[in-house]
Design a protein. Structure first.
Lengths: 210, 210
DNA sequence: GTACAATCTGTACGGTGTGCAGAGTTAATC
DNA sequence: GATTAACTCTGCACACCGTACAGATTGTAC
């Protein structure tokens, strides 16, 4: 068997995801191009393809790291299960909204990285503590993920629009055609968005633990 | 005041969104480029910029039409509120999963078009029938939208991965580190996905109407 | 020393969104 | 009826994108 390793190794999957996370932190998700990631890692664009088959795979790795960074710490500990879940929800929301586009990234690929696995396990732990076990546990934890990621993605999308246009659109709702919507819009304008987010989460969890 | 209208008008916002919807129906969301939409409308790419400020605006219009096409018919009628909501959920899911990427599109921009307005109103009607009114109604309808869109987007993302790799990933979960996840994965593999989707929706609605 | 395998670079292709200048058409004014 | 101004749409161009292909470079095993 002839030589195996090869030349000087300046790259690794971790170096690449580190570079990508750096770009994400300052510049948002739209700054994540293969060329920019490669430049940040000090390498030619094509070098990345030695470690990832395509851009989607890089993004999947980045997403997994994001989940691990924001969700898992809050779920670890010995606080009561409901507090852990709420803390996790708040941390994930804050972490993802800080990077415009990160939420959309998370929803664009399956969540099956190692950190996502750990996230699922910790969430199942919390639900078991709440008395949800057996087949329902899988369904319940999936429902919680759906709510969290959906809420964050929708909020990120709204946040992308400029607030002036948003306020104008809300004020322009014709109350004679959409009476309930007009009334709701007025109510919603007074909301704290975190409060709304946790309100929905609490109701969902209420339904899940029955 | 000199001349106003202009030259022969071959385009309109509606013609453009029609062309885009046509491309979406056969070709998926990734076929939606400004150049392709323009070609489908028989026009040079830049002509679109007379009617939409940028690509995101075109996508927003397309999304609004999708909502109107799939969600609103099922919410209209005199079936009991819970049946209407369930029928809408099923229709939206089927309609969006038929176009890979459409769900991600919907979550990438605020839902504030005319059809989305009508959707919100119809959903509030159903919730009012269920006894949810006042400030809670706005929160509840938002929570339902979050769940629906989140679930569909997550399912679309999973659907994008090839099933073989997905099954392999599920089987490779180390049960000693992630016992609950491993057990859940086995359960989830036996699911009908629509059933899981409606299960979560029902629990959420249970929590909302208390 | 030689052969081989792995890593990284150079170059290139086809595609993207969209800005700028101008051609063409229409309608209102004089 | 001629002029003028407003508007729509085209041609061209720019900078950027993901990534395929070929090859230079490097290190290990024989």
């Amino acid at each position: 068997m002839p030589g195996r390793p090869g030349p000087r190794r300046t790259l690794s999957a971790e170096v690449i995801t580190d570079a990508a996370l750096g770009l994400l932190d300052d510049g948002g998700a739209e700054a994540l191009s293969m060329r920019r990631i490669a430049a940040a890692a000090g390498v030619a664009p094509n070098a990345l393809y030695t470690y990832f088959p395509d851009k989607a795979a890089v993004l999947r790795a980045v997403v997994d790291r994001l989940v691990g960074r924001h969700a898992n710490p809050a779920l670890t500990g010995d606080a009561p299960w409901r507090d852990r879940v709420r803390a996790m929800a708040v941390a994930v929301r804050a972490g993802l909204l800080a990077h415009p586009g990160a939420a959309a990234m998370i929803m664009s690929a399956p969540l099956d990285g190692p950190e996502a696995l750990r996230f699922g396990e910790l969430l199942l732990d919390a639900l078991a503590e709440a008395g949800v076990t057996g087949p329902d546990a899988a369904r319940a934890s999936y429902a919680v993920m759906v709510y969290l990621l959906g809420a964050i993605a929708l909020e990120a999308a709204d946040q992308g629009a400029d607030p002036g246009a948003r306020r104008a659109a809300a004020a322009a709702i014709p109350a004679e055609h959409f009476p309930r919507t007009a009334a709701s819009a007025a109510v919603i304008a007074t909301y704290n968005t975190v409060e709304q987010y946790l309100w929905g989460l609490d109701r969902l969890v209420d339904g899940l633990v029955r």
